[in-house]
Design a protein around this ligand. Structure first.
Ligand SMILES: [Zn+2]
Length: 540
C-alpha cells in the first residue's frame, strides 16, 4: 500500500493511494452510506457520480446486519464494487456513550466483511471535555492502536490511526506524534461537530496543522465530518486528503441546498445557481411541487454534484499552482472562513517550509491576505538569510514599483536610471538600485527576474496592512545590510508617506545618511534629474 504524490500546492497534494480494490486519487470525498437509509444507492453513486470509494459504519453494520454481511461480504451486501472505507463506531461512542462492542470485535469484523480501509475503535475527544478527560481519550486511543498489531490477521487492509486531543493542541501533538510512529497507512483527525456547527474554522486550522506537524507527511490524512464543499479548499490547502460526507444527505433531508460557498434553504430559492444535470432540468418551483422524498433525493444528488465539482476545481487549482487564489475566493464566501484564512498568518513559516518552491503560474494579490503566502515569506527569509548586496555598493537607491514588470524594463525606471547613470558615470558601481514593491518589500535589481518577483499582479490602491508590511521589510533590509547611505525616490500617492518614515527611522538607527525626493505618477524628467543629482551629491 503506497501513497504516491503527483502534484502539490501549499500543503495540498494530489496523490494516488493504493488499496486492495484499486487506486484512489486524493483529495477524495467519500459519501457516507447509512445502510438503514439510502437516499442514493451505492450503485447509483458509482455509475452516475463516478464514486470510486464510499464510507460506511462498521458499528451500525455489525449491530444490524452482522450475519448477512459476514456471509455476503460488504461489497455484495451494499452492491458496490469500489473501495470501501469503514468507520469504527467511535462517533457513536461520543454521542451515546459506551458502545457495546470491544475494539477486538470491531477489528475482526472489519476483516471478516472484507473492507478495504478500516478504522480502529478509537475514543473520540468531545468538545466540552476537561483536559484530564481529553488526555484519557488520547491514552485509550493509543492503547487500542498498539493492540491492533496483535489482533489483526490480514495485511491487505489499510488501517486508519485516528488522532485525538480535540481543542487541546498539546494533546493533539502528542497523539499525532505517538500514533505516527505505529505502522498505520492512513491517519484521521476528528473534527468535532461544534467546529462545523459554530464555524470555528480558525480552531480547525490550529488542530489540522498541529496534527500535520506531528504526523508522517507521507501518509494520507482523513478529516472526519467535514463534508461541506465550502470548506474543502481550506482543509485541502492544509494537507487533508480524504473527507467523508454525510452532509449531502443530512442537508437534503432538511431541504438545504449546498453551494460551493455556503448553504441555502431550498424554499428560499427562486433560481438554481448551479448547472448540474438536475438543476439544469428543473427549477425550484417544479421541485417544490414534487413529493417530499423525490425532492430530498434530488437535493441529495445536487449536493453531491456540488461537492464533487468543488473537489475537481480544487484539484485543477493544485495542478495550476493557484490554490491560494482559490482559497481566497472561498474565504470571501463566509466571514468565519475569512477569519480562518487570516489566522493562517500565525502558521506562515510552516506553510512556507512545506510548500513547493517553483510553481507554474503567476500570483494574484488581492489584499494583505496574500502576505501569508509562502512566496512572500520565502522572499523575506532568503533576502535576510542568504542575500548580500554587491560589495562595492555604498548607496542603496530605492525606486518605487511600477505597473510593468520586471521593473527595470518599465519606462519609469529606464528614465530614472538614464539620469542616474549620466550623473554618476564610472561611479555607478557605488550605487545599488533596488525596487520597493508590494507585497515583497525590497527587490534588488539583480533578483528581479527570479520567480515570482516579476510574475505577479497586485490590486491597488494598497491597503494599510500591506503598506505597513512593505515599510517594515524595507526598514529591516536597511538595518541588516551594510550600506553607507540610502536615497529614496518616494511615491506619496501610493505609499502615504509610510515608506519615507520607515527609511528615515532605519537610517537613524543605523547611523547612516538618508535623502529622498518625490515623484508623482508622471515620473517627470525634472524630478528624476533632481534625484540623480542628489545621489551624486551623496557620493562626492
Ligand atoms: Zn445542482
Amino acid at each position: 500500500m503506497s501513497f504516491e504524490i503527483r502534484d502539490r500546492d501549499l500543503l495540498a497534494r494530489i496523490g494516488k493511494f493504493e488499496t486492495k480494490r484499486g487506486i484512489i486519487e486524493t483529495p477524495l470525498l467519500l459519501p457516507v452510506i447509512n445502510p438503514n437509509v439510502q437516499l442514493i444507492p451505492p450503485r447509483i453513486l458509482q455509475e452516475e457520480f463516478g464514486c470510486r470509494a464510499l464510507i460506511t459504519n462498521a458499528y451500525i453494520l455489525k449491530t444490524h446486519f452482522e450475519d448477512e454481511i459476514i456471509e455476503q461480504g460488504l461489497h455484495d451486501f451494499l452492491d458496490f464494487n469500489g473501495v470501501f472505507m469503514t468507520d469504527s463506531g467511535a462517533y457513536q461512542i461520543l454521542v451515546y456513550g459506551d458502545v457495546e462492542v470491544t475494539s477486538e470485535e470491531i477489528v475482526r469484523f472489519q476483516e471478516e466483511i472484507d473492507t478495504d480501509i478500516a478504522t480502529i475503535l478509537d475514543v473520540p475527544t468531545s468538545w466540552t471535555t476537561s483536559k484530564q478527560q481529553a488526555q484519557r481519550t488520547v491514552n485509550e486511543t493509543m492503547r487500542k492502536a498498539r493492540e491492533l498489531a496483535k489482533i489483526k490477521t490480514r495485511d491487505d487492509i489499510a488501517w486508519v490511526g485516528p488522532v485525538q486531543g480535540g481543542q487541546y493542541l498539546d494533546l493533539v501533538a502528542q497523539s499525532a506524534s505517538e500514533i505516527g510512529k505505529l505502522p498505520f497507512q492512513i491517519h484521521a483527525l476528528g473534527s468535532p461537530t461544534p467546529i462545523m456547527e459554530q464555524y470555528l474554522f480558525d480552531v480547525l486550522v490550529d488542530m489540522i496543522l498541529t496534527a500535520k506537524k506531528n504526523l508522517p507527511l507521507e501518509r494520507p490524512l482523513h478529516l472526519f465530518g467535514a463534508g461541506h464543499p465550502f470548506m474543502f479548499a481550506l482543509a485541502i490547502a492544509l494537507g487533508c486528503d480524504l473527507f467523508d460526507s454525510a452532509a449531502y444527505a443530512l442537508y437534503a433531508r432538511e431541504e438545504r441546498y449546498m453551494t460551493e460557498y455556503g448553504t441555502t434553504r431550498f424554499d428560499k430559492l427562486e433560481y438554481f445557481p448551479c448547472s448540474c444535470p438536475l438543476c439544469n432540468k428543473n427549477d425550484p418551483q417544479s421541485v417544490a411541487a414534487m413529493p417530499k422524498i423525490e425532492r430530498q433525493k434530488l437535493l441529495a444528488q445536487h449536493n453531491l454534484y456540488t461537492s464533487f465539482s468543488e473537489l475537481r476545481r480544487i484539484k485543477q487549482a493544485i495542478m495550476e499552482g493557484r490554490l491560494w487564489e482559490h482559497l481566497e475566493l472561498r474565504a470571501h464566501g463566509h466571514p468565519a472562513l475569512l477569519k480562518a484564512v487570516k489566522h493562517l498568518k500565525k502558521h506562515s513559516g510552516y506553510l512556507e517550509k512545506q510548500s513547493p518552491v517553483t510553481k507554474k503560474s503567476g500570483l494574484f494579490f488581492f489584499s494583505s491576505l496574500g502576505l501569508t503566502r509562502p512566496e512572500v515569506v520565502r522572499h523575506r527569509e532568503r533576502l535576510l538569510e542568504r542575500y548580500l548586496p554587491p560589495k562595492e555598493a555604498e548607496v542603496l537607491v530605492l525606486l518605487p514599483q511600477t505597473r510593468k514588470k520586471p521593473f527595470s524594463k518599465s519606462w519609469e525606471h529606464r528614465r530614472a536610471l538614464k539620469y542616474i547613470q549620466q550623473n554618476l558615470g564610472d561611479k555607478m558601481g557605488k550605487v545599488h538600485v533596488c525596487t520597493y514593491a508590494a507585497p515583497f518589500g525590497v527587490i534588488p535589481r539583480e533578483l528581479e527576474e527570479v520567480y515570482p518577483l516579476s510574475q505577479y499582479e497586485l490590486a491597488t490602491p494598497l491597503d494599510a496592512e500591506m503598506i505597513e508590511y512593505v515599510a517594515k521589510r524595507i526598514s529591516e533590509y536597511i538595518i541588516t545590510m551594510n550600506y553607507k547611505k540610502v536615497a529614496l525616490l518616494r511615491n506619496i500617492e501610493m505609499w502615504k508617506g509610510k515608506i519615507a518614515t520607515a527609511c528615515r527611522r532605519a537610517c537613524k538607527k543605523k547611523k547612516i545618511s538618508f535623502t529622498m525626493l518625490s515623484v508623482d505618477q508622471s515620473w517627470n524628467e525634472r524630478m528624476l534629474k533632481d534625484f540623480a543629482a542628489v545621489i551624486q551629491k551623496t557620493l562626492s
